[in-house]
Design a protein around this ligand. Sequence first.
Ligand code: COA
Length: 145
Amino acid sequence: MNPLEIREYAPEDYNNVKTLWLKAGLVLSHSDTEKELHRVLPLNPQLFLVAEMNNRLIGTVLGTFDGRRGYVHHLAVIPEFQKKGIGTALLDELENRYKKLNVVKIHLFIETFNAGVESYYEKKGWSRRDDLIMMSKTLRSHSDD
Ligand SMILES: CC(C)(COP(=O)(O)OP(=O)(O)OC[C@H]1O[C@@H](n2cnc3c(N)ncnc32)[C@H](O)[C@@H]1OP(=O)(O)O)[C@@H](O)C(=O)NCCC(=O)NCCS
């Protein structure tokens, strides 16, 4: 197998990353437009990772740290490269980076339509929280852009 490289996301990766996310079946939102996504880059550039093989972008994970908790978003591998350990390699690298930042706890969200992936995270030491209810509030309309 060709060597897998995990590196930090660069702004030029945007179109390939978006294509990858759609191929992997992620549901994209306004936060995933180029302008919105690039707002996170100056905050935690070392936590947005991509996996490459032969210069082809095949996986991503987007970490964000707000100073209190870390978050894992958009772990995705393109279908033909799934089940080869690439998702695990991305997640392990991100977790190591969080450890270096001395982060105590990391969270992630699974959309209910994708509930099957819960067992994947459980095998990697994550546990489901039944003591929390997630709530959201929209502060601006997308048409304000
Ligand atoms: C979830 C995902 C990132 C895993 O990446 P991957 O490179 O295929 O995973 P790995 O090769 O590291 O791990 C493979 C293991 O995870 C399991 N696995 C992979 N995807 C799974 C899923 N959707 N549900 C349950 N188990 C899954 C495999 O069966 C395998 O288990 P085994 O080791 O017991 O055989 C990838 O399947 C993916 O991109 N899925 C679509 C996007 C998605 O749902 N992302 C998560 C958003 S919360």
